[in-house]
Ligand binder design. Structure first.
Ligand code: SIN
Length: 285
């Protein structure tokens, strides 16, 4: 297999590999590339829901999938579909986010497989949150390191959410009452690489723990814009048969809604992750 980096920030294409018959040696090599590049792109794969599940198992097995309805025979495989005749141009996942950070054990990885793609557009953007941390000033790094942040699903899946109205061909649930809040470190240590990342996102992070939303907002806004600057990003252009696996412990992503009038059909699984940990002094890069 060959590893071809996509940008200076993150992302690599892995060639000459069949994900339906990974050997143990290949699995280890893929994992090494994953920790080096954070987002891996595999072209010309031939996966169905069963083989996508098998692959997900090999990377650790699925976690809990809230709000989104999976396939009847594969509840952990979520179809992400926008049909050509939908009224709204909006697509699922079109705000910057890291998957399910409102959970106590958010997913470590996400696997997304393209079944059908529009003639152009529908790309997914990714940002490297290690770089977002490492390139902050030492003063702001030190200020943020002890902090925790409050995450919640409320903006997407709370009582006032309207996400469900726009995405006609997805079955998306919502809460009638305010969803629970989760506290996570603002600077997270990756449990495998031990690297520190700026682990907030504009979709699920509400405020810093111990501060009000109004107090938190200016700094969160600054950090959210900082984290997705072009220098920290890569962009994946999909083709049918592309499988992308990304690391939710150190990236954010965002789908582009620029293919209105065309069909895009994807299958998604997430891998169970650990409870996010703060950095220890020895893990600070
Ligand atoms: C997601 O946010 O999980 C979906 C991204 C995409 O469809 O490109």
């Amino acid at each position: 297999m060959e590893v071809i980096p996509m940008t200076g920030a993150l992302g690599a294409e892995i060639t000459d590999i069949d994900l339906t018959s990974l050997t143990e040696a290949e699995l280890l090599a893929v994992d090494q590339a994953f920790h080096d590049h954070l987002v891996l792109i595999f072209r010309r794969q031939s996966l169905d829901p069963a083989s996508l599940m098998t692959l997900t198992q090999r990377f650790g097995g699925p976690g809990i999938t809230p709000y989104l309805t999976g396939l009847p025979d594969f509840p952990d495989v979520v179809p992400i579909i926008k049909e050509a005749d939908e009224k709204s141009p909006k697509s699922f996942g079109s705000g910057w986010h890291t998957d399910f950070t409102f959970q106590s054990e958010p997913p470590s990885r996400t696997l997304l497989y393209a079944q059908e793609t529009p003639p152009q557009g529908g790309d997914t953007l990714f940002a490297n949150l290690y770089l977002a941390y490492e390139q902050l000033s030492q003063g702001l790094q030190s200020f943020l390191r002890p902090l925790s942040a409050v995450h919640s699903a409320t903006r997407s899946y709370g009582p006032k959410s309207t996400l469900q109205n726009d995405l006609e061909n997805m079955r998306i649930g919502k809460d009638n009452a305010e969803p629970p809040e989760q506290i996570h470190p603002v600077i997270r240590a990756h449990e495998i690489t031990q690297r520190a990342s700026l682990w907030i996102n504009p979709t699920y992070t509400l405020r810093f723990e111990g501060m009000t939303q109004a107090e938190s907002e200016p700094l969160l806004k600054y950090l959210n814009e900082w984290a997705v600057q072009p220098t920290f990003m890569t962009r994946v252009q999909w083709q049918p048969g592309t499988l992308v696996m990304w690391d939710n412990r150190c990236t954010q992503h965002c789908a582009t809604s620029d293919y209105h009038g065309h069909r895009r059909s994807m299958l998604r699984t997430t891998v169970q992750g650990p409870v996010p940990q703060k950095t220890s002094p020895s893990s600070i890069s």
